[in-house]
Design a protein around this ligand. Structure first.
Ligand code: BMA
Length: 364
């Protein structure tokens, strides 16, 4: 066959290939790295298939161990790791060597790398200090903190310094062949409540949105960071209007989520309602939807995984549900994830075996 004819045959192939490529959804950052684009598209596809399981600090420590590569309490219980691994950066802004949860930032970097290498997805939260008062993330004594951090504010320079430290850390998340590891980043969460300095009663709608916009633009434009997908996550809300009241914009956000702990008899209805709200918004906007934090604060319910979580969330196309950490030190919190000997251990295995839930082996 003459060469020109072969080229002609290629035209429909090329056209089809390009049009499929053009219609693929892309993250909010127009300069997102190929790895961030790939992660975004992978998560959008997976959310049609099932719901991933995530655990905060899964690779950092468990109820009886600390910093053992390859171990997680989840794996100790069901034989597989979570698909989503949560990390926390609080105190990075102080220049400390370890986080407010006593995890060395070097170990977080190694853990993010390890998770990425084995095909898991990393999400990072940041309970960072109150720049105005010097208090913790839970210091809600001033309503001026957010305003003070914005351009022109008295703590704006200090906030830039916090972000510089954050940027240095994010830019250190690289694979062995030098590619930035894409991560979900989830700052300023649970802002529909008022227990963090960025909460609802502590700043205006405008201040909250401006804080987001300044932060994302600073990281993207001044620090040249393009491997982050940004998560917006409220606490419990009743309506779509309430959910979106402080939403900073489609050009900044990739994932819409919420945090909801089992604190009362109406947990299932509230969980279902929030799941409905975020999955509808995600479908309309072409974004990822997730339960970004959950847990049973009593630690005693024996069928919590199947009865409360799975049964309630089964109808929805959620990317993941992440439960909070299994602290190895004595805190006021129970371990929220499964662990050997926990009252809900066998129920977790049922949850794991259900086709709706996705763990590491299901996504790589
Ligand atoms: C909270 C608790 C704290 C922890 C913080 C940040 O919900 O688990 O003990 O310091 O998250 O991870």
């Amino acid at each position: 066959m003459p060469k020109t004819k072969i080229y002609l045959l290629l035209i429909p192939v090329l056209f089809f290939g390009l049009s499929t490529w053009a219609s693929e959804p892309v993250p909010s950052d127009p300069k997102a790295t190929p790895q961030a684009v790939k992660l975004y598209q992978q998560m959008l596809k997976l959310q049609q298939k099932g719901m991933m399981f995530g655990h905060q600090d899964a690779f950092a420590y468990g109820t009886t161990w600390y910093a053992q590569e390859g171990r997680s309490d989840v794996k100790d219980v069901c034989g597989d790791h979570p698909a989503i691994i949560g990390w926390e950066l609080g105190h990075l802004e102080l220049g400390d060597a370890y986080s407010l949860d006593s995890v060395y930032f070097d170990n977080i970097r190694k853990g993010v790398n390890y998770a990425d290498k084995i095909g898991a997805i990393n999400t990072i939260s940041w309970h960072f200090r109150n720049a105005l008062t010097g208090g913790t993330a839970w210091d809600v004594t001033s309503k001026k903190t957010v305003a003070s951090m914005l351009p022109g504010g008295e703590k704006h320079e200090l906030y830039r310094q916090y972000l510089d430290k954050l940027a240095t850390f994010m830019l250190s998340l690289k694979t062995n062949n030098g590619k930035y590891i894409p991560v979900l980043f989830r700052p300023f969460h649970e802002h529909t409540g008022s227990w963090f300095w960025w909460g609802k009663n502590l700043c205006t709608v405008d201040e909250y949105k401006t804080l987001w916009r300044f932060t994302v633009n600073y990281l993207r434009n001044e620090k040249n960071i393009h491997h982050l997908l940004f998560s917006y996550s409220t606490d419990r809300v009743e309506t779509t209007g309430e959910y979106l009241e402080r939403y900073p914009g489609d050009d900044l956000i990739d994932l819409v989520g919420f945090d909801l702990y089992d604190r009362g008899a109406d947990y299932q209805s509230a969980l279902g309602n929030c799941a409905k709200i975020v999955t509808q918004i995600a479908a309309e906007k072409g974004k990822i939807a997730a339960v970004t934090e959950a847990g049973d604060p009593s630690g005693k319910q024996t069928a919590w995984w199947t009865k409360k979580i799975l049964e309630t969330l089964r109808p929805y196309n959620l990317s993941y549900v992440l439960v909070w950490r299994n602290s190895f030190t004595k805190t006021k919190d129970v371990p929220f994830g499964p662990y050997p000997g926990s009252p809900s251990e066998s129920d977790f295995v049922k949850f794991y075996n259900d086709p709706k839930t996705l763990f590491l082996k299901d996504i790589r």
